[in-house]
Structure formats: C-alpha cells, structure tokens
Design a protein around this ligand. Structure first.
Ligand code: ADP
Ligand code: MG
Length: 428
C-alpha cells in the first residue's frame, strides 16, 4: 500500500512515473490503484518487464535494439526501487528479502573462534561448486582473515580502499580465487577501519547489495559494535554461529537481542533511514525498555509492545511486522554431542521467543573434527578437499531447509525454503 496523502507533490510524481513505467499511464493516474498497490504486484510486474527488456536475455538481437532495451531496463529497475521502497517503508516489512537481486547472507555472532570465517568460506565454496555466482566479503574489519580460509596469503586491495575512496567500486577489489568465487578482502587494522562513519557505512552496504552475484556471503567480526550489527541487519539472511559452550551461546543470544534493539532504533531513532517513521516518543519508549536495568527475567519486547499499545496504538501493527520479519538463524558448531547442540539451539529459540517475541531458526549443527581444523592450517577449504564430506553434508541440509534460493530468473540450485526445521548431520 502507498498512502499518498502523507507524501509531497514531488514524491507523488516520482511514484506515478515509476508506476507508469512498470504498469501503465492509466493505472498510474488512478489513486485508488496506488493506495492498494502491494509489493507482490510490483515484483511480478518487474519480473515481467525484466524478461522483455533485460539485455542479458536478448543477446542475439541487433545492437541498436539491445541499446534501446538497456535504456528502458535502467528505468524499469529505478521504478521498481522507488515503488518497493515506498511500500516497504509504509508496511513495516523493512529489510525483507528481495528476489530480484543476489541474496546477502551474513555470518555473525558476538564471540570469536566459533567458526564464523570457516563456515562463511566453506559455504561460499560449496555454492560456487554448484554453479552459483558467489562473492565473499570480509567485514571483520580490523581482524580480517577470510582470505586465508581460501588459500590467499594476502589481498592487495581491501574494503579500506573503497572506504577511503581510492577505488570507486567494490568490483575493483574483487579477487578471483581458485575455488570459482570472488573475494573482497577486509579493511586493514592499522587504519582503524572498525570505526566507520555512518554515511560511509551506508555507502558500503548499498554497494554490497548491488554486487552482481547470486549469493554474497559476508563474514563478520565477533562483536556487538554498531558497525557489526548494522552489517548483520543489512543482510537478507542472518546466521549466528555458536558452540555448545555457555559463554558462546549466551553471547549468541546477546547478539540477537542487541541486533533487534538496533533494528528498532534504526527505524524510529535519530539515525532513522525511514524519514516518516522517525518518532521521538517511540524512540524514547524503546530506549526506556531496552536500557532498563530492572527487567531481569521479563519480556522486554512484550513490555515495549504493551507501552506502545497504551501510548501509540497506531504503531502496533507496524512494530509487530518488524518483529515478524526479524528471523535470525543459529548454527551450533564444533559440537561433540548431538543432544547438547539441540539443547543449545532450543534454549536460544525459547529465550528469544519469551524475551524478544521473535522466531529464531535452527539450521543445524556441525561436529568438531580434527580434519576440519587441519584444513584451516593447510589454507584449503574443507569442502573442496572433501566435496562429499561431513561439512558439505551439513551445508547441504541447511540450504535445503532454509536458505532462500538465488534470484528467480536463474534456475535455483537449492530448493525453496519450507519450514524452519532443525537439521543435523552429526549422526552420519
Ligand atoms: N567444526 C570444526 N571442527 C574443527 N575445528 C573447527 C571447526 N570450526 C571451526 N574450527 C576451527 O576453529 C578456529 C576458529 O575458527 P574461525 O572460523 O576463525 O572463527 P571465527 O571466525 O568465529 O573467529 C579455526 O582454527 C578453525 O579451524
Ligand atoms: Mg572470523
């Protein structure tokens, strides 16, 4: 829905032009049509137009025709972005999965040494071996080492070169690896890349989302710093890696909790990217509840919802939608005991439901194996040495159950997500 009453004349004009590009001039002039417009209709119209005008689908046509199609296709993409952003800003489904571009998978968590980089690298190699176009991005800024997991002893250009404007595009940083995927190396600790200015961070996130690939896998640092959390929240699919160690799974829950607080803050707080949703009163309520020290054992978000219901009831549906669309996923790595892994995942799920009112998915567990550890010393991804080994099996189960398939116009290599069922391959 686009409620045009709240928009300026210029914004309405932009929406009408976009609508006439994706639908028709007649429909663009119909305010009732605009008011009822839903994301799915916009997406379907875009897919239809894409088939006709995306020059990649018409490579055999004469050059002049391809140039014309290209120009039209640029306008189609812009129109799609305009309508999509307006609809998402108003229905609360911010940050949702957009099936027209590559899928950004973030691998994060608050604790170091749980296997985030190992998993990110092997997931990338696994997908690339199945013919997907994959780009791995090292966003563990200040402690970057993802290149080592891909057998690259060093990377010449890093994210820092992008942040410091030495290169204009991330493409210029990409290194092709011997495993059929590309790598964008991390920042370089000497320049303090872990503290990025907000505007630069947004620029970096936008550039990552625009990378032309089926999957963009980002490897995050072990912290709940705003940068790290913002990278996590910008993904389509967030994975939190934990082990069975209590310090590790408590940190995993904390990471999920802080990310949710930050998500709400990024919508209602002073840094809001959603101008119309910026709301001082709601922001104060969120801060009041999330920073309160007297809430031991209470449902933080439940209290927030109650306060909003009492004081700002018109925001209840919007916030409920945000909670529904925030679904981080957990992996229990290096487990030596199947039942322990299941119990850890269940605990995180239960406490997240009870305290934060959100559903956390469980993707499965990965056992501890000396060969896996050795692979990192040899600088060779485990799944490339053992394509049918335990780690491939685990990743395969995870993909089958939950991770969304790549954009719809490419034949998906993995099946559609069904339920958030638990997968484990330890028994094998
Ligand atoms: N399933 C596993 N079995 C054995 N060793 C593992 C496993 N997962 C990770 N490791 C080892 O744990 C260490 C830390 O992994 P890493 O991916 O660098 O952690 P993080 O990125 O979370 O800091 C590495 O030496 C890696 O080889
Ligand atoms: Mg790491």
């Amino acid at each position: 829905m686009i409620s045009i009453n709240n928009l300026s004349h210029t914004e309405i004009q932009k929406i009408k032009v976009a609508c006439s590009c994706l639908f028709s001039a007649e429909l663009a002039g119909n305010n009732e049509f605009l008011e009822k417009l839903e994301f799915d209709s916009v997406k379907n119209a875009f897919i239809e137009k894409e088939k006709r005008y995306n020059p990649d689908f018409h490579k055999d046509e004469p050059e002049a025709m391809i140039i014309k199609k290209k120009e039209r296709y640029v306008r189609i993409r812009e129109s799609f972005e305009i309508l999509k952003n307006h609809i998402k800003e108003q229905d609360g489904s911010v940050g949702g999965y957009d099936s027209t571009r590559g899928i950004v998978i973030a691998v994060g968590g608050a604790k170091g040494g749980t296997g985030k980089s190992l998993f990110a690298a092997n997931l990338g190699v696994f997908l690339a071996a199945r013919g997907r176009r994959v780009v791995l991005v090292d966003l563990d800024l200040g402690a970057e080492n993802l290149h080592l997991y891909l057998g690259e002893r060093s990377v010449k250009h890093t994210i820092n070169d992008f942040l410091n404007k030495r290169v204009k595009t991330l493409r210029e940083l990409m290194v092709s690896t011997q495993y059929g995927l590309s790598l964008v190396g991390g920042g370089g600790s000497k320049l303090g890349a872990a503290n990025i200015h907000f505007a630069r961070k947004l620029k970096l996130l936008n550039a990552i989302k625009k990378i032309d690939a089926d999957y963009i896998v980002i490897d995050l640092g072990a912290s709940t710093s705003y940068n790290n959390i913002d990278f996590f929240l910008a993904s389509d699919f967030g994975i939190v890696v934990t082990t069975c160690n209590p310090a590790s799974y408590l940190d995993a829950y904390n990471f999920i909790k802080v990310s949710l607080h930050r998500k709400l803050d990024r919508i209602f707080g002073p840094e809001s990217e959603f101008r119309k949703q910026k709301n001082k009163d709601i922001d104060l309520l969120i801060k009041d509840v999330t920073m309160s020290v007297n809430l031991k054992g209470g449902n933080l978000i439940g209290r927030l919802l109650k306060k909003i219901q009492d004081e700002q009831p018109e925001y209840i549906t919007f916030i409920s939608n945000i909670l529904k669309t925030y679904n981080p996923n957990v992996i229990v790595n290096m487990s030596t005991d199947e039942s322990c892994a299941t119990e850890v995942a269940n605990r995180i799920q239960k406490v997240s439901q009870k305290m934060l009112s959100i559903d956390v998915g469980y993707l499965g567990s990965i056992p501890y194996q000396a060969e896996i550890e050795r692979s990192t010393q040899d600088l060779v991804p485990f799944v490339s040495t053992y394509p049918k080994g335990i780690l491939s099996e685990c990743i395969n189960n995870m993909l089958d159950s939950t991770i969304p398939p790549a954009p719809c116009y490419n034949p998906p290599a993995v099946s559609k997500p069904t339920s958030r069922r638990r997968n484990s391959c330890e028994k094998n």
